[in-house]
Write a protein that binds this ligand. Structure first.
Ligand SMILES: [Ca+2]
Ligand SMILES: [Ca+2]
Length: 231
């Protein structure tokens, strides 16, 4: 009986511990910079009060590799706290999208088409260090990018306010932390480079009903051709 209790206790402790390990901490340190939640509020007319709450209230996540169809991605750098470069990497090949985005609010829009699935990166101009959406590529193994799926009503507000009528299939706000997690002064404010990512609507695939109609049409045509041939 005692043994069972101990095992159960260990199991519960293990579950609690793994839960903690998955949580991402986003801070709002005192500084002149716009916090991540303030940039979110500005872009989408929301009323969040902290970046950690924003992460907890919306489905924030990190994604190792991003899906790229062959129809391109539109990305708009919206905020940087210091000069930063945004890009994507396929295999070992880096492509800069927005070079030396200056501090403050921006509207640097850059559509691109990658050759296959890719990872995002940002380069902090001062340190020259690259930070990737795939934590396995980061020198400290940490999560340096978080992505938020933007709700439809917020996308609608953004399009109306910033004349950006792309009507994408999905819109994400991606936010980078440019400090090395092995250095204790890293602030984890995830406002060092913030960009809006719009994934275009995928090309339409003919519906089964259309295919059936097209198929029966072809059969009909074949029948007509056969009759003509017989004559
Ligand atoms: Ca930071
Ligand atoms: Ca910062």
């Amino acid at each position: 009986m005692k043994k069972t209790i101990v095992i159960l206790g260990l199991l519960i402790f293990g579950l609690a511990f793994s839960g903690v390990a998955n949580a991402l901490t986003i801070n709002d340190p005192v500084s002149g910079e716009q916090k991540l939640y303030q940039v979110w509020n500005y872009l989408f007319n929301d009323i969040q009060t902290s970046s950690q709450l924003l992460y907890d209230n919306h489905p924030g996540f990190t994604q190792a590799s991003w899906d790229e169809g062959n129809w391109g991605v539109n990305v708009t750098a919206r905020y940087a706290d210091f000069s930063q470069t945004l890009g994507y990497q396929v295999g070992a090949t880096k492509t800069d999208i927005a070079i030396n985005v200056p501090a403050g609010y921006n509207f640097f829009s850059a559509p691109f088409t990658a050759s296959s699935d890719f990872v995002w990166y940002e380069k902090y101009s001062s340190s020259g260090l690259y930070w990737y959406s795939d934590s396995a590529l980061n020198i400290d193994g940490g999560e340096h990018m978080v992505a938020f799926l933007v709700p439809a009503n917020f996308v609608e507000y953004y399009n109306r306010t910033f004349n950006d009528n792309k009507n994408p299939e999905a819109t994400y706000l991606i936010a980078f932390e440019d400090g090395d997690f092995n250095i204790t002064t890293t602030d984890r404010d995830y406002n060092d480079l913030i960009a809006l990512v719009e994934q275009p609507v995928t090309p339409a695939i003919p519906e089964p009903a259309t295919m059936l109609l097209l198929g029966s049409g072809l059969v009909g045509l074949a029948g007509f051709a056969r009759r003509r041939f017989k004559k």
